[in-house]
Design a binder for this molecule. Structure first.
Ligand code: ATP
Ligand code: MG
Length: 363
């Protein structure tokens, strides 16, 4: 998937901008607060119909304006052109159009423009609770698998109902109905999580090895209560406890993914650079799997590339993503000279944009 042209109106600090992009590496350089990440976020909107940060659509409208428009002209790997326009107004909300036709549901678009993002905020995946990691794996699998997304929605809705029921002394019969529904949805979710994490494991190891010159080993492992006992049985066992606590205390909503470095938890024993390298390896593994399932090379966004990485790791990364395995790439950095020098050494083809106060100039 290649983004040829990007036009923006009143998106965050960008008043109006039209960018003609390279099919290889696109670099946005400029000072803090210039608008580099904002451009990546606009590209994210075209793929996922929302910001890559927690910010709401309203926060993405330039201060004092009524709405924003993001217009992207893409070319698919089979050379078919595609136009995606995401527009938002404070008054009437968000619309997304593909080749001029508006989607009924925004979620129908997800997966159409595959994308993988590496950003400084990813550290929450390592430092925060298991919920962050579940959200990550859910988003990832949902991009390429509708049945997973619908099973997940069913599971969450049933869980909510079950928890509501537990608060008002329910009949055992009613609980049994919910338990059966939960177990059915859980089967799909558990199978896909198991399969996906197993497929990621060797890829994450491979990419980490390249970045770290095989200096240390890392691991990734899926942990779920249903690995030992079927969910139906677990729910039955915990029923009395659930009555007392008034919530469902077992299930896939307690799953976790363990990240390790040299057999120790990455969160406690990985340095900042090692953690960042791990996150990049994880995202490159995601990229590889997504490319395979979608049949399309995803767009790769690398925000604040040099943050916490030493020059050797950056050079390895650029050589890797500049290769045939990867498609179009977007990179941001504050230091133009550093980025130019490293790209030159990696021998990659690139286009450089200088960003200042929300305006881009080609360098
Ligand atoms: N809705 C908005 N309207 C106007 N300006 C906005 C809006 N939202 C964010 N900004 C401005 O955008 C700028 C931040 O842009 P961005 O995050 O892209 O910076 P950056 O170039 O990536 O900087 P850094 O190098 O620090 O990461 C800030 O100056 C912020 O005030
Ligand atoms: Mg930024």
């Amino acid at each position: 998937m290649i983004l040829d042209r990007l036009s923006l109106i009143n998106f965050k600090n960008i008043t109006e901008e039209q960018l003609s992009l390279s099919r290889g590496i696109n670099c946005f350089v400029g000072d803090n607060g210039a608008g580099k990440t904002n451009i990546l976020d606009a590209i994210h909107y075209l793929s996922m119909a929302r910001s890559m940060h927690t910010s709401t659509d309203t926060q993405s409208v330039r201060h004092g304006e009524e709405g924003f428009i993001i217009d992207g002209r893409f070319e698919r790997d089979d050379e078919r052109p595609e136009q995606i326009v995401c527009a938002y107004t404070r008054r009437s909300g968000k619309t997304l159009k593909r080749n001029g036709k508006e989607y009924d549901k925004l979620s129908d678009h997800v997966g159409g423009i595959p994308i993988v993002v590496v950003s400084p905020g990813d550290t929450a995946l390592i430092s925060d609770s298991a919920e962050e990691r579940r959200k990550y794996i859910n988003r990832f699998i949902s991009q390429s698998d509708r049945t997973y997304l619908s099973a997940l929605m069913r599971y969450n809705a049933t869980l909510q109902e079950r928890n509501k029921l537990l608060k008002c002394s329910p009949s055992e019969d009613m609980l049994l109905i919910y338990d059966t529904m939960l177990s059915a949805a859980a089967e799909t979710i558990f199978a896909r999580r198991t399969e996906t994490i197993a497929a990621m494991q060797p890829l994450v190891e491979h990419y980490y090895g390249i970045l770290a010159e095989e200096r240390e080993t890392i691991g990734i492992e899926y942990r779920s209560e249903v690995q030992e006992t079927p969910l139906m049985e677990l729910l039955l066992q915990s029923r009395q406890k659930d009555f007392v606590n008034e919530y469902t205390s077992v299930g896939l909503h307690r799953d976790d993914i363990l990240f390790s470095i040299g057999d120790y938890p990455l969160r406690k024993f990985g340095s900042q650079g090692q953690q960042k390298s791990f996150l990049i390896a994880l995202k490159l593994a995601e990229y590889t799997l997504l490319a395979k399932s979608s049949g399309e090379k995803p767009i790769l966004l690398l925000d604040d590339l040099f943050d916490k990485l030493d020059m050797r790791r950056v050079a390895h990364l650029l050589r890797l993503v500049g290769g045939d395995m990867f498609g179009q790439i977007f990179i941001t950095d504050c230091n133009k000279h550093r980025l130019e020098r490293t790209l030159g050494e990696a021998g990659a083809e690139y286009k450089l944009f200088n960003i200042a106060a929300g305006t881009a100039t080609t360098l």
